[in-house]
Design a binder for this molecule. Structure first.
Ligand code: DQA
Length: 148
């Protein structure tokens, strides 16, 4: 199974950015963790990060026909982007939404997720491990689809 892990704006600043909320580990640490989990799970993970909404839309579109699953942390665009929702719906690739922090416990403006309705599930508040859980959900989903 080929999984594309997409991270939105400011997630390249992990480790520096609000460590009380996001921890002290870096974006590279996240990649290393997800890569080794993917190996263990027998999946293949590729990574894309951008601070630009249109580039994220392009990455989702380019995943069509190339990836079996998407793990996406759209970061702030979660709460604003109809374009990301439409892109995920357009490609129809099974997708899991991830948030490092528990957005349910945060500001009101973080309570809306535009992408959620295009996702098979959401993981939040589990730190970097949430990305691993999201991959496991995609693998399970893939197995169920193959059995059906
Ligand atoms: C985030 C939560 C978002 O509200 C925020 O804008 C982010 C990161 C998270 O991973 O917890 O940038 O998606």
């Amino acid at each position: 199974m080929k999984i594309l892990v997409i991270n939105g704006p400011n997630l390249n600043m992990l480790g520096i950015r609000e460590p009380d909320i996001y921890g002290r580990q870096t974006y590279q640490d996240l990649i290393d963790l997800v890569k080794s989990a993917a190996d263990r799970l027998g999946a293949e993970a590729a990574f894309f990060q951008s601070n630009h909404e249109g580039d994220l839309v392009d990455a989702i579109q380019e995943a069509y026909g190339c990836f079996d699953g998407i793990v996406i942390n759209p970061a702030a665009y979660t709460h604003t982007s109809v374009a990301l929702l439409d892109a995920l719906k357009a490609v129809g690739i099974p997708t899991v939404e991830v948030h490092i922090s528990d957005v349910r416990e945060r500001e009101d403006f973080r309570q809306i997720s535009y992408v959620r309705s295009a996702c098979i599930g959401t993981v939040m508040g589990e730190g970097f491990d949430g990305y691993v859980k999201a991959m496991e959900m995609l693998i399970e989903h893939g197995k169920r689809r193959n059995e059906a």
